[in-house]
Write a protein that binds this ligand. Structure first.
Ligand SMILES: C[S@@+](CC[C@H](N)C(=O)[O-])C[C@H]1O[C@@H](n2cnc3c(N)ncnc32)[C@H](O)[C@@H]1O
Length: 399
């Protein structure tokens, strides 16, 4: 392990529980350490943290333990055990995030579980460096904590944020059959979803919306007359849940043909009859500009429009436009469920966007639901960056 000196300011931020060390807080001397080298961070002659560095990243250092620790494997074991134990009660939901990066004190690592299959997602060079250890330890600790077999293990190192670390993409099947893992299925809260665990978006599903999707129960009330529009639907996280809650019909819209194929499989897996769904491959804006139908519930769950602060103003306009168009598709008394997964957009800014969208449509709304990411994606108080998801339910008022 090498020692990296950090500034007083960085040491003070770390002492408050913020686990990132920015490149302008460190004076690296040549030769630079290799990407992902595990190290100690030192300030004023004291080792203040243990973690890893990437000289090619703006976030140069990430801390995995306070003070000096000599054995990375020991830290990995501790972190996995602690975060898996924290999720003990969550396995009954059928799928869950078992470890959420900084929020579980292991920056750069995500571990997800889908009814038997475990996914390891590595987003940083430091986690890439310990993947051989993780591939061994994760199934061992999973089986120990949950007393269940790890029937599949896949490493996903293909998220776009790896580019910020200067890293290439790859995926690896460690346990299981690759072709079966592309044709996966799992249950979440009683709904069956199809998933491609090797090539699908994220690690195969958007687990973070679990609690927000539960708000559909109250919006639908087992009323078969209810018509739902699921915009940016991916594998049908919202729409299939709406059908399970008793909605009569769902229109699923996504620009990705692979996503819509998963929706179709999900319909079959749940035994929902085909006449309860329509699947539309379209850009969401094009669909909303051309479609004039109205729905009892419109869900709009787009990708993050604001990927950096630089394009924030433009992206906020795009959110406003999308929400105005979506609002027009909501029946009087109906509900718009609208989401933003952009970390750079605060709760207040998102509410402002919605207020502008609804008032420009010369309408009024009651805020009937406010949610965030599900509790297996905890927010670490000392790292606001761990809070990203916003979900708001708006009821269309007549006045
Ligand atoms: C955050 S994910 C949606 C997750 C999904 N609602 C769920 O509950 O699992 C965003 C989705 O939007 C789709 N998408 C991205 N840009 C789009 C666009 N311009 N038009 C339509 N779909 C788009 C992506 O293919 C992706 O499936």
């Amino acid at each position: 392990m090498i020692t990296i000196p950090i500034s007083h300011r960085s040491a003070a931020t770390l002492a408050q529980g913020h686990l990132w060390i920015f490149s302008n807080e460190v004076k690296l001397t040549k030769p630079f350490p290799a990407q992902g080298t595990w190290c100690w961070f030192e300030n004023n002659g004291t080792i203040v943290g243990t973690g890893y560095v990437n000289p090619h990243s703006l976030i140069l250092g990430r801390v995995v333990a306070m003070g000096r620790r000599d054995h990375p494997e020991e830290i990995l074991r501790e972190r996995l055990l602690q975060s898996f134990e924290r999720r003990h009660a969550l396995l009954e939901h059928g799928a869950a995030r078992l470890l959420f990066s900084e929020a579980d004190f292991l920056p750069g690592l995500v571990v997800d579980w889908y009814s038997g299959v475990v996914l390891i997602q590595s987003n940083t060079a430091g986690i890439d460096a310990v993947l051989p250890d993780l591939e061994r330890i994760v199934p061992e600790i999973f089986e120990k904590v949950f007393q269940r077999k790890c029937e599949g293990l896949v490493v996903r190192a293909d998220s776009s944020i790896r580019r910020l670390e200067g890293l290439d993409s790859f995926t690896r099947v460690v346990i299981g059959d690759a072709s079966a893992l592309t044709q996966g299925a799992f249950n979440q809260d009683g709904v069956l979803y199809a998933a491609d665990f090797i090539n699908g978006q994220k690690t195969g599903f958007f687990l973070d919306q679990r609690l927000n999707r539960a708000s559909l129960a109250e919006a639908i009330m087992k009323d078969q007359k209810k018509k739902v529009l699921d915009l940016c639907c991916y594998s049908g996280g919202w729409g299939l849940r709406a059908l399970k809650e008793g909605a009569g019909h769902v229109t699923f819209v996504d620009e990705s043909a692979e996503a819509l194929a998963l929706v179709e499989k999900g319909m079959t897996l749940n035994g929902f009859s085909g006449d309860r769904a329509r699947v539309v491959k379209s850009d969401v804006f094009d669909f909303l500009e051309s479609n004039k139908e109205t729905y009892d519930v419109v869900v709009v769950d787009p990708p993050a429009f604001v990927k950096s602060n630089k394009i924030k103003a433009k992206a906020l306009k795009a959110y406003e436009k999308l929400n105005r168009l979506s609002w027009r598709r909501v029946k009087e008394g109906g509900r718009l469920i609208t989401c933003s997964c952009s970390y750079h957009v605060t709760d207040a800014e998102f509410m402002d966007v919605l207020n502008n969208a609804v008032s420009k449509e010369k309408a009024c709304a009651h805020v009937v639901y406010r949610g965030s990411q599900a509790n297996d994606h905890p927010v670490l108080l000392s790292m606001p960056e761990t809070h990203y998801l916003k979900c708001v339910g708006l009821k269309k008022l007549t006045f």
